[in-house]
Design a protein around this ligand. Structure first.
Ligand code: UD1
Length: 364
């Protein structure tokens, strides 16, 4: 069996790490990095530390408008698919790299495996929602992480090729969380890089925040509200800043000095797991982080109007907040979590194995 896998953005490197490990035991995989994420600490560091194979091909597409970025990826992916003639094309999640891979393969009649199929935010203005819906529509194998995802597809009339195999991100968290204890806490602290070059002083307790979604990072007012909420907390917040967010955060911080927020460069995956696991709470708009906090038992406030990961909301483990100072602060401070309500909605860490077995059965 020969599979071409398309990756391009940070969370996809992590998911591919879990799946590639299993696929490559018996099959041929050609890993194509679109180059959507290209900064060293957004890309290279993941290949170094997760023990995933290096991409066989890097299309080095980089940033651009949605159309330009997606179109350039498609041109590069088409060349690879024509040359390699794979049995399947595998894509992850909802990024522009996902959509570019899927459309290109569909035109060449190469069956598409969509991992993380069926998720919906029901907000068609999000580029991710557009990417998901379009990719699901043309996929042959729709590998869903949850029952909710299966139901979402059913409501759209898609039932063929739909399988709930659990979440590959859960595979990754469970696998890598075991490695966390290999190092003492100093190891993780020594990796923290302040973006102003100063040494990072963190006390024993911290919050952790990540914000990068287009809807939260487009106006100074929204970013200010979020930062103001964090500034009022009783412990400092570690804030690894996505390149998308950097410019606007600097603008807000030029107007006012924030004493309680520590801006740092994006972290590697193991470091992130460590700082999430030991955080008081996490504030985020990332999909992956909502689940990581859930699996690692750290309470989370998600700065979004809706989430695709609705299971994390049960029992208050994760709570949605409007992007206002008051709402974020109140939800961080006044939340009681029902720990008994926790279930392993995201599987047992064997999603990659199930994907591989299903493909083998189909291929035979
Ligand atoms: C993308 C995904 C998003 C996912 C996120 C994970 C889409 C539409 N969005 O968002 O779903 O949650 O990845 O991190 O595909 N930039 C750099 N260096 C980099 C990467 C980006 O400087 O290595 C800057 C560029 O200015 C770029 C901006 O960040 O224009 C946004 O990057 P882009 O890849 O378009 O989307 P993300 O916001 O990273």
């Amino acid at each position: 069996m020969k599979i071409v896998t398309i990756i391009g953005a940070r969370p996809q490197f992590i998911k591919a790490a879990a799946v590639s490990r299993v696929i490559r035991e018996k099959h041929t995989e050609i890993l194509v990095h679109t180059g959507q994420h290209y900064d060293t600490n957004m890309s290279e560091v993941f290949f170094e530390e997760l023990d995933i194979p290096r991409p066989d091909i890097n299309l080095a597409v980089g940033s651009g408008t949605h159309a330009k970025q997606t179109a350039e990826m498609m041109i590069g992916i088409e060349e690879v698919l024509i040359k390699e003639e794979p049995d399947y094309l595998m894509v992850y999640g909802d990024t522009n790299s996902t959509l570019a891979g899927a459309i290109t393969a569909a035109k060449l009649h190469i069956p598409i495996i969509h991992i993380e199929a069926g998720l919906r935010s029901f907000n068609m203005e999000m580029p991710e929602e557009q990417n998901r819906i379009l990719t699901d529509r043309i996929s042959t194998f729709l590998m869903c992480p949850t029952d909710t995802a299966v139901e979402n597809l059913k409501a759209e009339g898609i039932q063929r090729g739909v399988h709930n195999i659990g979440d590959v991100m859960c595979d990754a968290v469970l696998y890598y969380a075991k490695l966390l204890e290999n190092y003492a806490s100093e190891y993780y602290f020594s990796h923290l890089k302040a973006w102003n070059g100063e040494t990072v002083e963190v006390q024993e307790k911290w919050y952790l925040a990540t914000i990068h979604r287009a809807e939260n990072t487009q106006t100074i007012e929204t970013v200010r509200e979020i930062l103001d909420a964090l500034e009022g907390l009783e412990f400092p917040t570690l804030f690894p800043v996505h390149p998308r967010t950097k410019g606007i955060v600097k603008d807000v911080m030029r107007e006012k000095a924030y004493q309680n927020i520590i801006c740092i460069e994006p972290m590697g995956y193991l470091d992130m797991l460590y700082f999430v696991k030991h955080a008081q709470k996490v504030v985020t708009d990332s999909g992956g982080l909502q689940k990581e906090t859930y699996i690692l038992d750290t309470p989370c406030v998600t700065v979004r109007e809706q989430t695709e990961w609705v299971e994390t909301l049960v029992g208050g483990h994760n709570i949605l907040a409007h992007p206002t100072k008051e709402d974020i602060y109140n939800k961080l401070k006044n939340t009681i979590i029902d720990k008994e309500a926790k279930q392993n909605y995201y599987g047992n860490g064997d999603a990659a194995k199930q994907i591989c077995e299903m493909l083998e059965k189909n291929y035979a």
